[in-house]
Structure formats: structure tokens, C-alpha cells
Design a protein. Structure first.
Length: 239
């Protein structure tokens, strides 16, 4: 049965971030859209991590007819890494469905709480986007940013209010790879702290670039993803 890779966007982003992710026929890439973003722009924005992950979990289970026979993998970038982790936890708790491979990109563990950032006006939003890097000047015009103000503010509020993580001795059991840019604003130390929430962590890949290193390293990232999924698949066949 074909492996499924669900992809979770960053704060303010959309499923189109993954639109060019092409793999061989053994892996189905499924970019997920958050309510109020991209193709779901007309839907109401979510107000909490719990609400957002419940919506995405329902979509995954209902639209893709997930069964224990499916081999599931999640990839999340920035905010999407936290969302992917929380959906994986709920999927296991509510449906006894394990996510075999988890790829967490450019996001600190829940130990590192995000401070509330003021994105209530264009000037502050520009500062935030320039700080994390990877945003083209064309997207920093006032007209475009006005559209993104409520989206970015909603997403950053979700992250600022997020208090997640497992209870004692309840780590998520998914084979996890960490990825980060060499010039990222997210530190390697803060990402390594994911080992308090997940096991096993199977290493960290540092790729050249800033917070959006994926854009110039897409082929490399996809190769890492494919290789790790294949490796895990082969291990399961041997067992």
C-alpha cells in the first residue's frame, strides 16, 4: 500500500508551499491547508492549537480513509512542525494509528515557548518576516501584507498560547528526523529538546540557508525524506 506523507505549512503559509514536492509512485505527498489560509481563505481562522489540530485530524481520517494498513509520515515546517506533532499525538490516542516517520523542520520544542509578537500592523509584520528571513520583497508590499495581517496574527497567537507536550512517560513513538537551516533563527539546541517529547530522534540535518532553507534545498530535503521512509519500510519488512 502506498506511503502517505502529510505536509503541514508554517505560520501564515499555505499548502502551496509544498506544491512542487514530487516523489516516485511509492509515496503520496498530501499538503494540508489550515482554515482561513490559501485555498481555504474563506473559512474562519482557528483560535487555538487544539481547534486547528482537531480540524486537521478529522480531515485526515475522513478524506483519506486512514487504516492501520497505511504507512503514514508527517512533515512540518516551523509552526507546521508543532501542528504535525500534535496531530500525530491525537491520531495515536484516538485512533491507535501510529505515524511511522516524523520530520520536524525549523521549530523549537514545546519547551521553548514563543513570546507573543505584535503583528497588528504592517510595520511590525514586516519586521517579523525580515527577522526570520526567506520572504521575497514582492511579498512585503503593504497591499499584500494587509491581507496577511489577520492570518499571521491568528497563527502567532496560537503558538504563543500553546502549552503542549505529553504527560510523564508518554512520549510520541515516531521515528523522527530534525531539519534546520545553517543560518536559521531557530537554534539547534532548542530543536534537540524535542527528545523530551518524542522517541526515537534519529538525528539532525543542517542545510545551508535561513529559516526557509527548504526553498533552495528542496531536492535534498525530498531525498532525505524518501530515504528515511524507505529505510523504515525495509526495517518493517524484515521484522
Amino acid at each position: 500500500m502506498k506511503n502517505k506523507l502529510f505536509c503541514f505549512p508554517y505560520a501564515g503559509g499555505s499548502a502551496s508551499f509544498y506544491k512542487d514536492w514530487k516523489t516516485d509512485g511509492s509515496l503520496q505527498v498530501i499538503p494540508l491547508e489550515y482554515p482561513g489560509h490559501g485555498s481555504k481563505y474563506c473559512e474562519s481562522l482557528c483560535e487555538s492549537m487544539s481547534e486547528l489540530t482537531d480540524v486537521l485530524l478529522e480531515e485526515i481520517v475522513t478524506n483519506y480513509n486512514i487504516t492501520p494498513l497505511h504507512h503514514l509520515s508527517f512533515f512540518g515546517h516551523s509552526m507546521g512542525a508543532t501542528v504535525a506533532y500534535e496531530v500525530a499525538v491525537k491520531l495515536e490516542q484516538r485512533y491507535s494509528q501510529k505515524v511511522e516517520n516524523l520530520f520536524l523542520s525549523s521549530k523549537s520544542s514545546p519547551n521553548y515557548k514563543l513570546e507573543q509578537m505584535d503583528c497588528s500592523n504592517v510595520t511590525e509584520l514586516k519586521k517579523t518576516l525580515k527577522k526570520i528571513g526567506g520572504t521575497s520583497e514582492e511579498l512585503l508590499t503593504e497591499d499584500i501584507l494587509q491581507v496577511f495581517l489577520p492570518i499571521m496574527q491568528a497563527d502567532l497567537t496560537i503558538l504563543a498560547n500553546y502549552c503542549g507536550g505529553p504527560k510523564a512517560n508518554q512520549k510520541l513513538r515516531s521515528h523522527t528526523m530534525l531539519l534546520v537551516g545553517s543560518e536559521d533563527t531557530v537554534t539547534k539546541e532548542s530543536m534537540e529538546a524535542w527528545d523530551e517529547y518524542i522517541e526515537p530522534i534519529e538525528g539532525m540535518q543542517v542545510l545551508k540557508g535561513d529559516h526557509f532553507y527548504i526553498r533552495q534545498n528542496q531536492d535534498t530535503v525530498l531525498k532525505l525524506v524518501r530515504n528515511n521512509i524507505s529505510k523504515r519500510q525495509n526495517e518493517l519488512l524484515i521484522m
